[in-house]
Design a protein around this ligand. Structure first.
Ligand code: PEP
Ligand code: MG
Length: 753
């Protein structure tokens, strides 16, 4: 029997490297590559098919088939055995290919005599770039080692294809296909601001510079060293995490540690090094395979596991000396991504970013809220931008019109500068009202509070002229760290917030995790309906230690001041009472131990779940205050997922049912003497806020950037007049009363900026 791979895979890889370094044309190099692969694999045929626009697979080079078929033979995805490999992203290994039902006969290739067939995908980043095949006349099954060797070669090829070196052999210089032409995208402006920046692609794969090992022994030593370091780093994470906080946080980190030690994973990595790849290339190769396999299964649990392995692979690359993608971002980085979680955005930090562009995001999703809190212009729902953008491209991001211009021509940049100047003018107008009171024309004082969640938000309190913090989302601090904050860290953090607020009140909302707010160090069980799942107060009551520690920290930080605690996602009064009992227990503990404690502790409930609407008098009696979380409340009332852009905007919050519902809450609060405010995104929109004031709300909490425009609206409105008008609108059957309200405002000169 002939040697499986003549000279072994390492010799083959070395030859490939030499060919790739040659100065000949791309086609000439491809032709050589197939010849060398065929010879080394002891195959009579070796062919490379690459994906073209429209997903067709085109024969780019062949050894053994008719050369005249090159650039002529094209297969659709799923067509023939080659199409099957591309579609499934899995190797196809057949001893009698023509007998297989997928076989598609292409006479121009002259492949009649060949019976055995091995095809492997040319994979990169989980994407199929093409297919590499070998064929033999004799009927034989290729063995595992051969499949492995061909996959390794395919990976090296993928890197070359991705770098664009091979496409100059085809029609890619057609303008439509040229990667560097200017492109304009229109999406949705989700956070204000207009900037020019340079594209940074979120989670760019660490660019593997060297694919083929010079000295496999050295590579193996590097791989082993990095794996050891990785294990030690994960151990350290386990030791340093706040294990007393909750048994689950320990479980989560331990599970992650188990993955890091996973034998199968480690063996695969070492096998890839043995096959002749560098340690970095081996990580890529194993990850690519795992990614494409898992993506195809559609199994949610597996996909969750994949996240852990992806994370581990990135860490491993860092241990191997790869570049930390976060460390060397230029100052004007505009982050472009398909989707992103709020924690990932916070990871980047405000200083490093100038704008954010996402393909998939909804207005009230937490990443959008965080972007606004960071003062980061955000354009969302920009279809197709990730595939067109390249790192370092110039980009204009207009968070007001929702446009993004990639590689803009100079005229667009000029127009954009004019827009920036206009915006600066408006900002100056808003600054003028900062120190003026928020009083309506008929003398009604409105309390304008701001929403916050991080220390970086605090300077906005003074800058915006807000009366206090109406919603402090404490979970954001938990989401930025690498591990659960310990008790002393929490105390120090809350103390800084309270001190930064001075004599202005701060409403601390206890952890509102779950839904789209996931801890980076947590391994969360995937839920079918996370918004309706195990989140917020539900987690807190099931894992009371977590809530107790947070309350303990808040009590200590508030030291002799008034402490305001807000409980999220209360569904029934009993839940509120149970959580309040935990607060009382902690107060009692502080008393017994003579620890610092607040002068007064007020506990409020978020009204976000419709069931609580039917218990208004009761909750208003039990809670010291109620805050309407309109983002979640309307998500549940209208049955629309707030994070799903396809439906998030389907129903308007300026809908008579929504307005009637608010009216009823205000009415109940009036009857029972309870205090009610609203802290969802709707509070920060001038037209919506005008309606809310008409319905009787007197405290609104919003993003700091909205305080100025809302104050301008308030100072130009008559609350009684708008009250009468909105009350009438509640009886209408229109889907939205937005245009009626806008016409009302226009007639009366109400300022809506
Ligand atoms: C809300 O639901 O309206 C709210 C303010 O809470 P979050 O947006 O953090 O869910
Ligand atoms: Mg909410």
């Amino acid at each position: 029997m002939p040697p499986v791979v003549a000279g072994g895979p390492r010799v083959l890889l070395r030859r490939l490297r030499e060919i790739m370094a040659e100065r000949s044309s791309a086609q000439a190099r491809l032709d050589k590559l197939v010849g060398v692969i065929a010879a080394n694999m002891v195959a009579e045929v070796c062919s490379i098919y690459l994906r073209r626009a429209g997903k067709a697979l085109e024969l780019f080079a062949t050894e053994g088939l008719n050369r005249t078929a090159v650039h002529r033979t094209r297969l659709k995805e799923g067509e023939g055995l080659v199409g099957l490999v591309a579609e499934t992203a899995d190797p196809v290994n057949l001893s009698d290919a023509p007998a297989d039902p997928h076989f598609a006969y292409r006479p121009e290739t002259g492949e009649d005599p060949y019976r055995s067939f091995l095809g492997v995908p040319i994979l990169r980043g989980g994407q199929v770039y093409g297919v590499l095949t070998v064929q033999n006349r004799a009927q034989r099954q290729y063995d595992e080692e051969e499949v492995e060797a061909l996959q390794t070669v395919a990976m090296v090829l993928a890197e070359v294809v991705a770098q664009g070196g091979l496409y100059d052999v085809a029609e890619l210089d057609e303008p439509e296909l040229r990667a560097d032409r200017p492109r304009s995208f229109s999406g949705e402006g989700l956070s204000e601001g207009v900037v020019v920046g340079r594209v940074v692609l979120h989670e760019p794969r660490v660019k593997v510079e060297r694919m083929i090992a010079d000295d496999p022994q050295i590579e193996m030593a590097r791989m082993n060293g990095a794996l050891n370091e990785l294990g030690a780093a994960v151990d350290e994470m386990l030791d340093s995490s706040e294990l007393d906080l909750s048994g689950e946080s320990r479980e989560v980190i331990e599970a992650y540690r188990l993955f890091a030690l996973d034998r199968g994973w480690r063996e695969k990595l070492r096998d890839a090094v043995t096959a002749g790849l560098t340690a970095e290339a081996a990580v890529e190769r194993v990850q690519d395979e795992m990614r494409s396999r898992v993506m195809r299964t559609g199994d949610h649990l597996l996909r969750e596991r994949l996240h852990d392995f992806e994370d581990l692979a990135r860490r491993l690359q860092r241990h191997l000396g790869g570049v930390d993608p976060l460390s060397d971002l230029p100052k004007d980085s505009a982050l472009v991504a398909r989707a992103m979680g709020p924690a990932e955005l916070l990871d980047y930090g405000r200083d490093r970013l100038t704008a954010l562009v996402l393909e998939d995001v909804a207005t009230t999703s937490h990443v959008a809220i965080v972007a606004r809190a960071m003062g980061l212009p955000l354009v969302g729902n920009v279809e197709g931008i990730v595939d067109s953008a390249r790192a370092g491209d110039l980009i204009v991001v207009d968070g007001e019109t929702g446009e993004a211009h990639l590689r803009p021509p100079p005229e667009i940049v000029t127009v954009f500068h004019a827009r920036r100047a206009l915006r600066a003018q408006r900002v100056a107008q808003i600054a003028e009202v900062r120190d003026l009171p928020a009083v309506t024309k008929d003398g009604v004082v409105i309390r304008l509070m701001m929403n916050a969640g991080l220390l970086i938000d605090m300077p906005h309190l003074r800058e915006s002229g807000a009366d206090g913090i109406g919603l402090f989302r404490t979970e954001l601090q938990f989401m930025v760290g690498e591990s659960m904050p310990r008790l002393p860290d929490q105390i120090a953090f809350y103390r800084k917030i309270i001190e930064a607020a001075g004599d202005k009140p701060v409403v601390f909302r206890t952890l509102d995790l779950g839904g789209d707010k996931i801890l980076p160090y947590g391994r969360w069980e995937r839920e079918e309906n996370p918004a309706l799942g195990w989140r917020a107060i539900r987690i807190a009551l099931d894992r009371p230690a977590l809530l107790r520690y947070q309350i303990r920290a808040l009590l200590a930080a508030a030291d002799d001041r008034v402490l305001r605690i807000l409980l999220p996602m209360i569904t029934h009064v009993g839940e509120f009472n149970d959580a309040r009992a935990l607060v009382d227990r902690e107060l009692e503990r502080a008393r017994l131990l003579a620890l610092p404690q607040p002068r007064q502790t007020l506990v409020g409930a978020m009204l976000e779940v419709p069931a609580l609407m039917f218990m208004l008098p009761q909750i208003l009696r039990s809670a010291d205050f109620v805050s309407i979380g309109s983002n979640d409340l309307f998500q549940f009332v209208f049955a629309v997922d707030r994070t799903n852009p396809r439906v998030a905007k389907r129903y308007d919050t300026l809908n008579p049912a929504a307005l009637t519902l608010i009216r009823q809450i205000v009415h109940s609060a009036g009857e029972s003497g309870g205090e009610v405010s609203l802290c969802g995104e709707m509070a920060g929109k001038p037209l919506e806020a005008m309606a809310l004031i008409g319905l009787g709300l007197r405290t609104l909490s919003m993003q700091p950037a909205n305080i100025g425009p809302i104050k301008m609206m308030i100072r130009s409105v008559d609350s009684r007049e708008v009250g009468e008008f909105v009350n009438k609108l509640c009886n209408r059957t229109d889907h939205s009363v937005r245009t009626r309200l806008a016409a009302f405002a226009a007639e009366r000169g109400i300022v809506l900026k």
